[in-house]
Design a binder for this molecule. Structure first.
Ligand code: NAD
Length: 247
Protein backbone atom coordinates (compact mmCIF):
# COMPACT_ATOMS: atom_id res chain seq x y z
CA UNK A 1 0.00 0.00 0.00
CA UNK A 2 1.68 3.30 -1.02
CA UNK A 3 2.02 6.15 1.46
CA UNK A 4 -0.62 8.70 0.47
CA UNK A 5 1.63 11.56 1.53
CA UNK A 6 4.61 10.76 -0.68
CA UNK A 7 3.48 8.62 -3.60
CA UNK A 8 0.49 7.93 -5.77
CA UNK A 9 0.02 4.65 -7.59
CA UNK A 10 -2.17 4.79 -10.67
CA UNK A 11 -2.55 2.64 -13.73
CA UNK A 12 0.66 4.36 -14.89
CA UNK A 13 2.53 3.04 -11.83
CA UNK A 14 4.48 5.23 -9.41
CA UNK A 15 4.20 8.92 -10.24
CA UNK A 16 6.89 11.31 -9.10
CA UNK A 17 5.79 14.43 -7.30
CA UNK A 18 6.61 17.75 -8.99
CA UNK A 19 6.17 20.86 -6.89
CA UNK A 20 6.15 24.14 -8.81
CA UNK A 21 6.55 27.53 -7.15
CA UNK A 22 5.40 30.36 -9.40
CA UNK A 23 5.56 34.14 -9.16
CA UNK A 24 4.42 37.16 -11.10
CA UNK A 25 6.84 36.36 -13.97
CA UNK A 26 4.77 33.43 -15.24
CA UNK A 27 1.82 35.76 -15.84
CA UNK A 28 3.90 38.60 -17.32
CA UNK A 29 3.43 37.35 -20.88
CA UNK A 30 -0.33 37.20 -20.28
CA UNK A 31 -0.17 40.97 -19.84
CA UNK A 32 -0.24 41.13 -16.02
CA UNK A 33 2.59 43.36 -14.80
CA UNK A 34 5.14 41.97 -12.32
CA UNK A 35 5.98 43.89 -9.18
CA UNK A 36 9.78 44.30 -9.47
CA UNK A 37 9.55 44.75 -13.25
CA UNK A 38 7.80 48.07 -12.77
CA UNK A 39 10.58 49.44 -10.54
CA UNK A 40 9.16 48.21 -7.23
CA UNK A 41 5.79 49.72 -8.03
CA UNK A 42 2.78 47.61 -8.85
CA UNK A 43 0.96 49.41 -11.66
CA UNK A 44 2.22 52.78 -10.37
CA UNK A 45 1.15 52.20 -6.77
CA UNK A 46 3.44 51.82 -3.79
CA UNK A 47 2.72 48.44 -2.21
CA UNK A 48 2.41 49.95 1.27
CA UNK A 49 -0.37 52.27 0.03
CA UNK A 50 -2.56 49.46 -1.31
CA UNK A 51 -1.49 46.06 0.04
CA UNK A 52 -1.25 46.28 3.81
CA UNK A 53 -3.67 46.33 6.77
CA UNK A 54 -2.58 49.95 7.42
CA UNK A 55 -3.54 50.95 3.91
CA UNK A 56 -6.96 49.34 4.41
CA UNK A 57 -7.48 51.29 7.65
CA UNK A 58 -6.22 54.55 6.14
CA UNK A 59 -7.88 54.51 2.74
CA UNK A 60 -10.18 51.55 2.01
CA UNK A 61 -11.60 53.27 -1.07
CA UNK A 62 -8.13 53.38 -2.69
CA UNK A 63 -7.42 49.75 -1.74
CA UNK A 64 -10.72 48.58 -3.23
CA UNK A 65 -10.16 50.63 -6.40
CA UNK A 66 -6.67 49.14 -6.80
CA UNK A 67 -7.87 45.54 -6.47
CA UNK A 68 -11.02 46.16 -8.54
CA UNK A 69 -8.73 47.20 -11.41
CA UNK A 70 -6.35 44.24 -10.87
CA UNK A 71 -9.39 41.87 -10.82
CA UNK A 72 -10.77 43.33 -14.06
CA UNK A 73 -7.32 43.11 -15.73
CA UNK A 74 -6.80 39.50 -14.59
CA UNK A 75 -10.25 38.48 -15.87
CA UNK A 76 -9.34 39.77 -19.34
CA UNK A 77 -5.93 38.04 -19.37
CA UNK A 78 -5.51 34.56 -20.85
CA UNK A 79 -3.22 31.73 -19.71
CA UNK A 80 -0.03 31.64 -21.78
CA UNK A 81 2.07 28.75 -23.11
CA UNK A 82 3.79 28.32 -19.72
CA UNK A 83 0.56 27.92 -17.73
CA UNK A 84 -0.76 25.52 -20.38
CA UNK A 85 2.40 23.38 -20.59
CA UNK A 86 2.41 22.74 -16.82
CA UNK A 87 -0.96 20.96 -17.11
CA UNK A 88 0.54 18.39 -19.48
CA UNK A 89 2.76 17.15 -16.66
CA UNK A 90 -0.34 15.78 -14.92
CA UNK A 91 -0.44 12.86 -17.38
CA UNK A 92 2.73 11.39 -15.85
CA UNK A 93 3.40 13.21 -12.58
CA UNK A 94 1.65 14.30 -9.43
CA UNK A 95 1.69 18.07 -9.87
CA UNK A 96 1.24 20.65 -7.12
CA UNK A 97 1.45 24.33 -8.03
CA UNK A 98 2.20 26.76 -5.22
CA UNK A 99 1.69 30.27 -6.52
CA UNK A 100 2.33 33.75 -5.18
CA UNK A 101 0.02 35.03 -7.88
CA UNK A 102 -3.43 36.29 -7.13
CA UNK A 103 -4.72 35.72 -10.67
CA UNK A 104 -6.38 32.42 -11.62
CA UNK A 105 -4.46 31.67 -14.82
CA UNK A 106 -3.15 28.30 -13.56
CA UNK A 107 -6.70 27.11 -12.86
CA UNK A 108 -7.99 28.46 -16.17
CA UNK A 109 -5.17 26.63 -17.99
CA UNK A 110 -6.37 23.38 -16.35
CA UNK A 111 -3.97 22.74 -13.43
CA UNK A 112 -5.94 20.86 -10.80
CA UNK A 113 -3.98 21.43 -7.56
CA UNK A 114 -3.14 25.10 -7.01
CA UNK A 115 -2.22 26.64 -3.65
CA UNK A 116 -2.49 30.42 -3.55
CA UNK A 117 -0.12 31.73 -0.89
CA UNK A 118 -1.28 35.32 -1.29
CA UNK A 119 -4.99 34.81 -1.88
CA UNK A 120 -7.20 35.21 -4.92
CA UNK A 121 -8.42 38.31 -6.74
CA UNK A 122 -11.70 36.62 -7.64
CA UNK A 123 -12.66 36.20 -3.97
CA UNK A 124 -14.03 38.69 -1.44
CA UNK A 125 -13.98 38.01 2.26
CA UNK A 126 -15.53 39.50 5.34
CA UNK A 127 -13.27 41.99 7.13
CA UNK A 128 -14.48 40.65 10.50
CA UNK A 129 -15.18 36.95 9.79
CA UNK A 130 -12.25 35.63 7.74
CA UNK A 131 -14.00 32.32 7.03
CA UNK A 132 -16.78 34.07 5.13
CA UNK A 133 -15.38 34.00 1.59
CA UNK A 134 -17.32 34.68 -1.62
CA UNK A 135 -16.44 33.96 -5.25
CA UNK A 136 -17.15 37.25 -7.03
CA UNK A 137 -15.58 36.51 -10.41
CA UNK A 138 -14.62 39.79 -12.08
CA UNK A 139 -17.08 41.95 -10.10
CA UNK A 140 -15.87 44.98 -8.09
CA UNK A 141 -16.10 45.28 -4.30
CA UNK A 142 -17.47 48.64 -3.18
CA UNK A 143 -17.66 50.38 0.18
CA UNK A 144 -20.97 49.26 1.68
CA UNK A 145 -20.79 45.72 0.21
CA UNK A 146 -21.15 43.46 3.24
CA UNK A 147 -20.92 39.79 4.23
CA UNK A 148 -23.87 37.76 5.52
CA UNK A 149 -23.16 39.10 9.04
CA UNK A 150 -23.10 42.73 7.95
CA UNK A 151 -19.33 43.45 7.89
CA UNK A 152 -17.59 45.24 5.03
CA UNK A 153 -16.13 42.97 2.35
CA UNK A 154 -12.43 43.21 1.45
CA UNK A 155 -10.33 41.43 -1.18
CA UNK A 156 -9.35 37.89 -0.13
CA UNK A 157 -5.69 38.81 -0.50
CA UNK A 158 -2.87 38.20 1.97
CA UNK A 159 -1.43 41.67 2.51
CA UNK A 160 2.11 42.44 3.61
CA UNK A 161 2.33 41.82 7.34
CA UNK A 162 -0.54 39.28 7.38
CA UNK A 163 -0.32 35.55 8.04
CA UNK A 164 0.00 33.21 5.07
CA UNK A 165 -2.49 30.41 5.86
CA UNK A 166 -1.35 28.07 3.04
CA UNK A 167 2.33 28.15 4.00
CA UNK A 168 2.39 25.00 6.15
CA UNK A 169 0.76 22.91 3.42
CA UNK A 170 3.18 24.47 0.89
CA UNK A 171 6.15 23.59 3.14
CA UNK A 172 4.98 19.95 3.48
CA UNK A 173 4.59 19.65 -0.28
CA UNK A 174 8.05 21.17 -0.86
CA UNK A 175 9.59 18.73 1.63
CA UNK A 176 8.08 15.81 -0.32
CA UNK A 177 9.12 17.05 -3.79
CA UNK A 178 10.92 14.65 -6.13
CA UNK A 179 11.40 17.58 -8.52
CA UNK A 180 11.09 21.27 -7.60
CA UNK A 181 10.54 23.99 -10.19
CA UNK A 182 10.66 27.76 -9.58
CA UNK A 183 9.21 30.00 -12.29
CA UNK A 184 9.18 33.80 -12.53
CA UNK A 185 9.80 34.85 -8.97
CA UNK A 186 12.48 37.19 -7.66
CA UNK A 187 12.57 35.10 -4.44
CA UNK A 188 12.40 38.30 -2.41
CA UNK A 189 8.95 37.91 -0.85
CA UNK A 190 8.83 35.79 2.33
CA UNK A 191 7.75 33.28 3.47
CA UNK A 192 7.26 32.07 -0.15
CA UNK A 193 10.99 32.44 -0.87
CA UNK A 194 11.84 30.20 2.09
CA UNK A 195 10.02 27.17 0.64
CA UNK A 196 13.14 26.05 -1.24
CA UNK A 197 14.76 25.48 2.18
CA UNK A 198 12.33 22.59 2.76
CA UNK A 199 13.19 20.79 -0.49
CA UNK A 200 15.48 17.76 0.00
CA UNK A 201 19.12 18.36 -0.98
CA UNK A 202 19.03 15.55 -3.53
CA UNK A 203 15.91 16.87 -5.31
CA UNK A 204 16.65 18.56 -8.65
CA UNK A 205 15.61 22.22 -8.59
CA UNK A 206 14.88 23.95 -11.91
CA UNK A 207 14.84 27.76 -11.90
CA UNK A 208 13.23 29.53 -14.87
CA UNK A 209 13.56 33.31 -15.15
CA UNK A 210 15.15 35.85 -17.53
CA UNK A 211 17.07 37.09 -14.44
CA UNK A 212 18.01 34.01 -12.41
CA UNK A 213 17.80 34.86 -8.68
CA UNK A 214 20.95 34.23 -6.65
CA UNK A 215 20.56 30.95 -4.72
CA UNK A 216 24.16 30.12 -3.71
CA UNK A 217 23.41 27.81 -0.80
CA UNK A 218 21.47 25.20 -2.75
CA UNK A 219 22.62 21.99 -4.43
CA UNK A 220 21.20 20.44 -7.59
CA UNK A 221 20.17 23.78 -9.10
CA UNK A 222 19.50 23.83 -12.84
CA UNK A 223 19.19 27.44 -13.98
CA UNK A 224 17.21 27.83 -17.21
CA UNK A 225 17.44 31.46 -18.22
CA UNK A 226 14.68 32.91 -20.39
CA UNK A 227 11.01 33.69 -20.65
CA UNK A 228 8.50 31.31 -19.12
CA UNK A 229 6.49 30.88 -22.34
CA UNK A 230 9.61 29.55 -24.11
CA UNK A 231 11.45 27.65 -21.37
CA UNK A 232 8.56 26.02 -19.47
CA UNK A 233 7.31 24.01 -22.51
CA UNK A 234 10.93 22.85 -23.08
CA UNK A 235 11.31 21.65 -19.49
CA UNK A 236 7.90 19.96 -19.58
CA UNK A 237 8.89 18.06 -22.73
CA UNK A 238 12.19 17.06 -21.09
CA UNK A 239 10.38 15.75 -17.99
CA UNK A 240 7.79 13.86 -20.05
CA UNK A 241 10.53 12.32 -22.22
CA UNK A 242 12.34 11.17 -19.07
CA UNK A 243 9.26 9.20 -17.94
CA UNK A 244 8.63 7.72 -21.36
CA UNK A 245 12.26 6.53 -21.68
CA UNK A 246 11.90 4.66 -18.38
CA UNK A 247 8.62 2.91 -19.24
P1 NAD B 1 8.41 39.85 -8.59
O1 NAD B 1 7.75 40.95 -9.36
O2 NAD B 1 9.17 40.18 -7.37
O3 NAD B 1 9.43 39.08 -9.57
C1 NAD B 1 9.02 38.71 -10.87
C2 NAD B 1 10.08 37.79 -11.46
O4 NAD B 1 9.59 37.39 -12.72
C3 NAD B 1 11.44 38.46 -11.68
O5 NAD B 1 12.47 37.62 -11.20
C4 NAD B 1 11.50 38.62 -13.20
O6 NAD B 1 12.83 38.51 -13.70
C5 NAD B 1 10.66 37.46 -13.65
N1 NAD B 1 10.07 37.57 -14.99
C6 NAD B 1 9.71 38.69 -15.66
N2 NAD B 1 9.22 38.37 -16.88
C7 NAD B 1 9.26 36.99 -16.95
C8 NAD B 1 8.89 36.05 -17.95
N3 NAD B 1 8.38 36.43 -19.13
N4 NAD B 1 9.07 34.73 -17.69
C9 NAD B 1 9.60 34.30 -16.50
N5 NAD B 1 9.98 35.17 -15.53
C10 NAD B 1 9.80 36.50 -15.76
O7 NAD B 1 7.29 38.78 -8.34
P2 NAD B 1 7.08 37.79 -7.14
O8 NAD B 1 8.40 37.17 -6.80
O9 NAD B 1 5.95 36.93 -7.57
O10 NAD B 1 6.63 38.73 -5.92
C11 NAD B 1 5.76 39.85 -6.11
C12 NAD B 1 4.52 39.91 -5.24
O11 NAD B 1 3.52 40.70 -5.92
C13 NAD B 1 3.89 38.58 -4.99
O12 NAD B 1 3.60 38.55 -3.63
C14 NAD B 1 2.58 38.54 -5.78
O13 NAD B 1 1.50 38.15 -4.95
C15 NAD B 1 2.31 39.97 -6.18
N6 NAD B 1 1.98 40.09 -7.63
C16 NAD B 1 1.12 39.18 -8.22
C17 NAD B 1 0.83 39.28 -9.58
C18 NAD B 1 -0.11 38.26 -10.22
O14 NAD B 1 -0.96 37.70 -9.54
N7 NAD B 1 0.02 37.97 -11.52
C19 NAD B 1 1.39 40.30 -10.34
C20 NAD B 1 2.23 41.22 -9.71
C21 NAD B 1 2.52 41.11 -8.35
Amino acid sequence: MPCIICTTTTNLGYMKRIVILTGAGISAESGIATFRGSGGLWNNYRIEDVASPNAWRRNPRLVLAFYNQRRADAAKAQPNAAHKALCELETHYQVHVITQNVDDLHERAGTTDVWHLHGKLREARSSDYPNLIYDIGAKPINLGDVCSKGSQLRPNIVWFGEEVPAISRAASLSAAADIFVVIGTSMQVYPAASLINYVPITTPKYIIDPHIPNLPAFRNIHAMQGKASVIVPQLVQQLLDAVQKKS
